[in-house]
Each structure stands twice: as structure tokens, then as C-alpha cells.
Design a protein around this ligand. Structure first.
Ligand SMILES: Nc1ncnc2c1ncn2[C@@H]1O[C@H](COP(=O)(O)OP(=O)(O)OP(=O)(O)O)[C@@H](O)[C@H]1O
Length: 229
């Protein structure tokens, strides 16, 4: 089932800079896709359009069969409830504990307290953060903060997880661990779209890769093509 579809999408920012140009691709439910390209290629812009923090200047973005152009006002929050987002700068609430940070979106989504507790524990365990659950987010390392951001997105069990350089501050073995967790999330049906500069990591994962240059799709490499290398 197609979950996310970009159809001839262009994005020109105020001031006239064209960040995306006639971009078309689809992502299936449960698929993992890497977006690679030089700095400024348009990777983050692509994620922002799926998240509705930016709107396209041309073409359309579809999510679960719905044209996001029609998703306005209060519906934007409902759309975002189906997404998990991992930011470059993890955006944690620094005066709250690690567990509170992971629980907050689940509270907002209206889950029952027992289910919240179960999911928080599972997400923290999976990312090796169980012993940090009660620590304030200011009192853990940058790499740990980044993992909390990933745990928070995973605990939501979203239809689509958008990750912008999710392993940027992590050492290679931890980065590989986290990628494996994300593969596990895909197996449960979440589509995962990851913008990454880390070509070595992207190659190792042997998942689909979209290569973007100056806002245009230059290549769409299937896992089968990478498996042959
Ligand atoms: N809000 C904005 N206003 C104007 N130009 C912008 C804005 N956001 C991004 N851009 C420009 O659009 C282009 C694409 O930016 P984007 O952040 O999508 O690239 P990227 O591939 O994610 O880069 P990086 O890997 O460095 O994060 C860049 O030239 C950038 O300067």
C-alpha cells in the first residue's frame, strides 16, 4: 500500500530559492527509504513537506490516499499524530525526565496510562536508555539525548517516521544499533524516511536510496541493486 506520494513537487522559498524541483516518488507502508544528497540538496525540505511544516509551491503530496493540500487548520495536528519525527536537534523538554519526554506525545494522543507506561519502557529498553528513565534530559549526553528523541518517535508507533540525520551525534556502532531498531519498526508496518549524509551507513543498510541534487531526484536505487554490491 502506498503511504506517501510526492507528485511533481516543487518548493520555492520566499526570496526565490528553489529547494525542490518536480520531485516524484512513492513510499510504501513498512518501507525504509534513505534520502541522500549534498548539503542544501533539499532533503530537510522534503521531510518538512510530509510533516506539513512547509507547503509545496507546485505539485502535490499525498499521505494515505489524501492530498495534503486539503489538510488545513486543526486537521494538521491530526495528520501529525500519525507521524513520528526525529530532528537533528532532538527538541527535548530539558526540564523533564527522559521518560516524561517519551511519554508526552502518547499522553497527547490520548493513550491509556498503562499502555503509555508499557510503550515508554519498551522504547527506552530498545534504545539502551532504561537506566536513564528518571534522569533529567539536561543531565545526559548529547548522544543519549538523540536516542531519547528516537525513542519518543518510536513509542508512537507511527504510520510514518521522518528522521533528519538521526545518527548524526552517535558513534558508528550505536548508529548501527539504532538503524536496526528502525528496521524493526518497519517490520511492524511503519514507513521510515531518513535523510542522511552518512553514505557508509546508507550503503551498509542496503535499503532503498533516493539521491537528490539541487532539489531534483537523480536516482532511485532499490535494495536489490545494493545487495549486488
Ligand atoms: N526557510 C527557508 N528559506 C529560504 N531558503 C531555505 C529555507 N530552508 C531551506 N532553504 C534553502 O533551501 C535549500 C534546501 O535546504 P534543505 O535544508 O532542504 O537542504 P538539506 O539537503 O536538508 O541540507 P543539509 O544536509 O545541509 O541539512 C538550501 O539551499 C537552503 O538554503
Amino acid at each position: 500500500m502506498t503511504l506517501l506520494r510526492f507528485d511533481g513537487v516543487g518548493k520555492t522559498y520566499p526570496g526565490g530559492h528553489r529547494a525542490l524541483d518536480d520531485l516524484s516518488f512513492s513510499v510504501q507502508a513498512g518501507e525504509m527509504v534513505f534520502i541522500t544528497g549534498h548539503s542544501g540538496a533539499g532533503k530537510s525540505t522534503l521531510l518538512k513537506l510530509a510533516h506539513l511544516s512547509e507547503r509545496p509551491s507546485a505539485g502535490s503530496v499525498w499521505f494515505d490516499g489524501k492530498n495534503l493540500e486539503r489538510v488545513r487548520g486543526k486537521q494538521v495536528a491530526l495528520h501529525r499524530r500519525r507521524l513520528g519525527v526525529v530532528h537533528q536537534d532532538h527538541c527535548l523538554l530539558l526540564d523533564r525526565t527522559v521518560a516524561d519526554n517519551v511519554a508526552l506525545p502518547l499522553l497527547i494522543a490520548g493513550l491509556a496510562p498503562a499502555e503509555i507506561q508499557r510503550r515508554v519502557r519498551h522504547a527506552l529498553d530498545s534504545l539502551g536508555l532504561a537506566e536513564r528513565a528518571g534522569h533529567r534530559s539536561t543531565d545526559i549526553s548529547t548522544g543519549e539525548q538523540q536516542r531519547v528523541g528516537i525513542a519518543r518517535a518510536m513509542a508512537l508507533q507511527p504510520a510514518l517516521l521522518l528522521a533528519d540525520e538521526p545518527t548524526g551525534n552517535l558513534d558508528p556502532s550505536l548508529a548501527a544499533d539504532i538503524m536496526n531498531q528502525l528496521v524493526g519498526l518497519c517490520r511492524q508496518g511503519t514507513a521510515v524516511v531518513i535523510a542522511s549524509h552518512d553514505l557508509a551507513l546508507v550503503k551498509r543498510m542496503k535499503k532503498r536510496v533516493l539521491v537528490i541534487d539541487k532539489g531534483r531526484l537523480m536516482d532511485d536505487i532499490s535494495p536489490e541493486e545494493l545487495a549486488d554490491e
